[in-house]
Design a protein around this ligand. Structure first.
Ligand code: NAP
Length: 247
């Protein structure tokens, strides 16, 4: 097992990609804190699955868009685990509308969770990583942040912001034993993709060279690669998992 003795927190781990990442980390031996904002039942269920693997799992409720709430959650996690080795900033939302129809509230909500959320969570955990001279941070971006998308100006801007944040932090923290990377999924079989109308899904599949959507567990295993010793020489990277959609 590649992550035995490591402690991790995954934001937005109650479902979708975050859930798969939490499971993949636990399967490699990590103890995992499950962050969520409202889905307590599903978060408990994933914690139970992790405990069955013989690992520790704790619930860590917080709205990552709210700094005091996130900071408080981080203190609780550090009290339970003693320290945090691995931070996965995965929580994210979309609120799609063409720019002309997009109101300021929708812009702010997406930026608050997708971009401020990454700042808030990283800020809350980074000092203890620096003190221990070890840390692994992975931020989940998106192919949409790389190419833009009709109706997703807010979402695309938030993800491009996270990608630039990742590279800046990677440079600042490289001398402190901390790597900071991003994983940019394309279209992954989750509730987010299930919500896309079937006709649009077919059009998307036509554009994906591998002719299928990705699976959440495929993203989970890529994250394990980056945070295990296999990824020790990788920092500031944005790893695309998109079936060839962007190359
Ligand atoms: P999802 O199924 O909608 O799950 C979102 C997760 O984020 C849930 O656990 C949710 O918790 C949590 N969350 C939402 N707002 C939060 C907040 N304010 N504070 C804390 N947690 C919050 O999403 P997904 O499709 O798995 O996507 C996960 C990440 O991958 C996102 O950053 C997304 O942008 C990115 N991504 C997804 C795809 C895709 O195809 N699905 C592609 C590229 C990138 P609750 O259940 O408690 O609400």
């Amino acid at each position: 097992m590649k992550l035995m003795g490591r402690t991790a927190l995954v934001t937005g781990a109650s479902r979708g990609i975050g859930r798969a990442i939490a499971l993949a980390l636990a399967e490699e031996g990590a103890d995992v804190a499950i962050n969520y904002v409202s889905s307590e039942g599903p978060a408990k269920e994933i914690a139970g699955q992790i405990q069955k693997l013989g690992r520790r799992a704790i619930l860590a409720r917080a709205d990552v868009g709210d700094f005091p709430d996130t900071f408080h959650m981080a203190q609780e996690v550090l009290k339970e685990f003693g320290h945090l080795d691995i931070l996965i900033n995965n929580a994210g939302i979309s609120s799609d509308k063409t720019f002309v129809k997009m109101d300021h509230a929708s812009w702010r909500r997406v930026l608050a969770i997708n971009l401020d959320g990454v700042f808030n969570c990283t800020k809350a955990f980074i000092d203890q990583m620096i003190k221990r001279n070890y840390g692994r941070v992975v931020n989940i971006t998106s192919v949409i942040g790389q190419i833009g998308n009709f109706g997703q100006a807010n979402y695309a801007a938030s993800k491009a912001g996270v990608a630039a944040f990742t590279k800046s932090l990677a440079k600042e923290l490289a001398g402190k034993g901390i790597t900071v990377n991003a994983v940019a999924p394309g279209f992954i079989e989750t509730e987010m993709v299930a919500a896309i109308p079937e006709k649009v899904q077919h059009r998307l599949l036509d554009q994906i060279p591998l002719k299928r959507f990705g699976r959440a567990d495929e993203v989970g295993r890529a994250v394990v690669y980056l945070v295990s010793s296999d990824g020790d020489y990788i920092t500031g990277a944005e790893l695309s998992i998109n079936g060839g959609l962007l190359m």
